[in-house]
Ligand binder design. Structure first.
Ligand code: GDP
Ligand code: IMO
Ligand code: MG
Length: 431
């Protein structure tokens, strides 16, 4: 009955969705616990590509239950559209196959308008958000003026809260951001309709998870974003507005820390980042472009080109510490095939000094130099490799080095976007 948490170790887009889909085979319940539809998790199953923004990546397995925990911020329009498009593709998503926490906060139209308006006003100093209203929604949650999914089901209460909040939001939108105000009536009507449609999905997720655990079920927690985008531990202020580290699975789903048995960190064999902010191993020219094209590094949510660079051991070590990683899954190893040399950042140099950890002040990044170690590349394509022995010796050496450096075992290697393109060395559910 283990509970396994999957988290990104970098700046997101490590391939969490693909790994969750594979591990879901042995899980009974799959749970999102933070973030919102800023996430874009891609699965390639039977030659078809699916991108999920809110629904957990276990949804393609029959007989599994997917849950959206209280820590997630839910845009009901996006959620309903996602349910609809899965149903159009022939996959029914009835209540019971999917549950949504009554305590999850709602992304409202003013959250999106503020997110976009602020970024536009900031111009060059923008964060490069996904524009989905994530930050403004979490702000309202913490400021105790948010509206929860459960409150959509009480029209009077919902209307009263909306009226009070909208007055403040419209003032801010018009007077500060110079944006058009939003109509109460329109939001009220649209959201009540959303509420009617979502009502059968709304539940107490924490309770459902406790019952499942007591029955001996396997639970898989699916993180969104990555450790360096964590609001407390990431490259602030160029981060998202939630805690993305493994500990957030507890507060974001309503389970206790003693119920978590295994934390799997997903680590791309190189590094990418979308949006602004520090990126010590970024490759701005040829190799960066090569990785972007070969790895298809364009945002699953916004389509923006992802910045690409070498694997950064400093942030990997941070991820080990901040998440208490039990194991690592290294993804997109195939993208490195054909390079004559592969670089790995062992430490940073700042003002002539060696740094083994991430600076917490963004200003220090301006003087940061990555200290790189070079590894011989390999020519073979990896997508057909199904066991450790199938990997070329150079790839094995590179992986062994990563494992040694991180002091965490590699339990999975992903060698292509498709579900079957992976090597599972040890299943986290086989504790
Ligand atoms: P997530 O947000 O962490 O779930 O990752 P994304 O889905 O945003 O980005 C990962 C991208 O890489 C997707 O397009 C995946 O289909 C793809 N992908 C995942 N694993 C591999 C792999 O091992 N090799 C290759 N070439 N692509 C992969
Ligand atoms: P997945 O789950 C990569 C980035 C945005 C921006 C910053 C803040 O697919 O790995 P936000 O809209 O959250 O306020 O934007 O965070 N970001 C992601 N980058 N993958 C993601 O999710 C991301 N979610 C947010 O690009 O830099
Ligand atoms: Mg993604």
């Amino acid at each position: 009955m283990p509970s396994v948490v999957v988290v990104g170790t970098q700046w997101g887009d490590e391939g969490k969705g693909k790994v969750v889909d594979i591990l879901a085979e042995k899980a009974d319940l799959i749970v999102r616990f933070q973030g919102g539809n800023n996430a874009g998790h891609t699965l390639v199953i039977g030659g078809r590509k699916h991108i999920l923004h809110l629904i957990p990546s276990g949804i393609f397995h029959p007989e599994k239950t997917c849950l959206i925990g209280n820590g997630v911020v839910v845009d009901p329009a996006v959620l309903l559209k996602e349910i609809e498009s899965l149903e159009t593709a022939g996959l029914p998503v009835p209540p019971g196959k999917l549950w949504v926490s009554e305590n999850a906060h709602l992304i409202m139209p003013y959250h999106k308008a503020i997110d976009l308006g602020r970024e536009a006003k900031k111009g060059k100093t923008r964060i490069g958000t996904t524009g989905r209203g994530i930050g403004p929604c979490y702000e309202d949650k913490v400021a105790r003026r948010g509206i929860k999914v459960g409150e959509l089901l009480e029209p009077e209460l919902f209307g009263a809260k909306l009226k009070e909040i909208l007055e403040e939001k419209n003032f801010y939108l018009e007077k500060y951001l110079g944006q058009a105000p939003l109509s109460y009536q329109e939001i009220y009507k649209t959201y009540l309709r959303f509420g009617e449609r979502l009502a059968p999905y709304v539940t107490n997720v924490s309770e459902k998870l406790a019952v499942a655990r007591a029955e001996g079920r396997n639970i898989l927690f699916e993180g969104a974003q990555g450790t360096q985008l964590d609001i407390d531990h990431g490259t602030y202020p160029f981060v998202t507005s939630s805690n993305t580290v493994a500990g957030a699975a507890c507060s974001g789903a309503g389970v206790g820390p003693t119920t978590i048995d295994y934390v799997l960190g997903i680590c791309k064999a190189y590094t990418t980042r979308v949006g602004e902010g520090p990126f010590p191993t970024e490759l701005k020219e040829n190799t960066g472009e090569h990785l972007r094209e070969k790895g298809g590094e364009y945002g699953s949510t916004t389509g923006r080109p992802r910045r690409c660079g070498w694997l950064d051991g400093v942030i990997l070590k941070e991820a080990v510490r901040l998440n208490g990683l039990s194991g690592l899954a290294v993804t997109k190893l195939d993208v490195l095939s054909g390079l004559s040399a592969i670089e790995f950042c062992e430490a940073y140099e700042i003002q002539g000094q060696r740094w083994e950890r991430m600076p917490t002040r963004v200003s220090l990044f301006q003087e940061l130099k990555p200290l790189l170690r070079s590894f011989p590349g390999w020519k073979d394509q990896l997508s057909r490799c199904r066991s450790w022995e199938d990997l070329p010796p150079e790839a094995q050496d590179y992986l062994r080095f990563i494992e040694e450096f991180a002091q965490v075992p590699i339990v999975m290697v992903s060698t292509g976007p498709a579900r079957e393109e992976h090597i599972l060395l040890r299943d986290p559910f086989d504790l």
